[in-house]
Write a protein that binds this ligand. Sequence first.
Ligand code: DGL
Length: 277
Amino acid sequence: MNKPIGLFDSGIGGLTVLKEILQDLEGENYVYFGDTARVPYGGKSKETITRFSIQNTQFLQSLDVKLCVVACHTAAALSLKELQEKFSMPLIGVIEPAARKAAEVTKKGHIGVIGTKATISSGAFEAALKSIDSNLKVFSTACPLFVPLVEEGWLEGDVVDEVARKYLEPLLSFGIDTLILGCTHYPLLSDAISRVFGDRVRLVNPAQETALEVRALLARLNIESKAAKGDTRFYVSDEPEHFRQMGERFFGRAIGSVVKISPDSFASSATEKAVAK
Ligand code: DGL
């Protein structure tokens, strides 16, 4: 089936998720929407994040995607359930695949979770982990400075190490042996994060686990593309050129043309009526 897979994120971070999916599934077509006009989502309320997420999904639906990946951890944590109730297409997020992997690899049952303020205060990772095994102990902490550091390209150096130590050392005292990198940007800080923990803690990258989940879901629904190579289209809500330049660092590949659209004008279109209950 040659319909595209849709992904959305609050901005460029979701490109780390697309990168992993693409590596595994080159034959698929993709549509990526980055809500660059309204980024960041990480400090916003559930109500706002859910409204944005519904509009973003409506936009992807209008492009006839066969599956929608909520690549933004904050959007997935706060609104995946609402999206799944509202839309009939298959929708997956980044939380459950990461939780399954963490529960599988932890030896002591002590799991750390880091993410944006909204993700951590939603308790979504904790709920997903506990639903797998109620005996797991989950220790979560928000790391709000990580996103701007990554966007500035500060992935290494004293400042990054100091910020990482400040956020993460308390988790060490809880004896975690597994840490979920619960934000699109954090895999880019894997080296700095690993320096805090040494080899005592295994890092789980939700993007990699989500890629496996996408593959499995396509097979289960029998909607895989049979093509050898697909294409990827990029849409943003602001600053296409900025997205293109910064995005290549997250994506690890060249980004061709980027089209600007307006998701909130979208909300008043016919699509909204189609999904309204
Ligand atoms: N994409 C967001 C996430 O994964 C990080 C950036 C933001 O706060 O919007 O949580």
